[in-house]
Ligand binder design. Sequence first.
Ligand SMILES: *Cc1c(COP(=O)(O)O)cnc(C)c1O
Length: 233
Amino acid sequence: MSLHYTLDRAQEIADKLADVRARMDEVARLVAVSKYKPSSDVMAAYEKAGQLHFGENYVRVQGLEEKSKELPKEIQWHFIGSLQSNKCKILAAIPNLFVVETIDSAKKASTLDKACAAVARIQPLNIFLQVNTSGEESKSGMLPSEVLQVAQHVVAKCPHLKLAGLMTIGSPNPDLENGENPDFKARSKDDNTDEWNHGMSDDFERALQQGSTNIRVGSTIFGSRPPPTKSTA
Ligand SMILES: *Cc1c(COP(=O)(O)O)cnc(C)c1O
């Protein structure tokens, strides 16, 4: 894939990034979700707007494997898609993979942990536990009641992983309580993980107000995507 972008496209992406950054404070991390978008878009955001964190939800087929090889090594990649066991080694071998945001079971944590060992990854790999706070069946993620047990499993049994926080996807039409989205409040008081990650194009401002430290914004920066197709992971 070509890394060449037009100046018009680069300006458009840089402007959108500036808009989003102006709507957030400096503490939170902005992950530019570049899934389905060409590497040239990532390159434009990196070179013209200094964007370092990018999110991808596929490993193969114009996903993280391919993009991480051709793009600068300074880029910090976030895997935000559903994690398949047979892709764990490919992921673990990407040196500038910053975090896997979508660990939804103890079993998957162990599979990823073994993959990190097998590829002799140098530093522990950051992970977020994905929690299905809205209880929608279509959504992946563990139940809030399972989080503690899975977190303990990671800490005790997965030496190649570093539990960095929790992640959730807010429901598209939340029933707001006093203007707050209950999905973003589900973090329990005795949860000591560092980060609480939620917020996408449509809800990131509310997510930030409610304490999110990591927002994942795609279409607002790069424009709309083609509808998802099955089995391209
Ligand atoms: C696609 C995606 C996003 C970005 O969504 P936008 O609505 O385009 O901002 C964020 N998080 C996850 C997990 C995604 O799959």
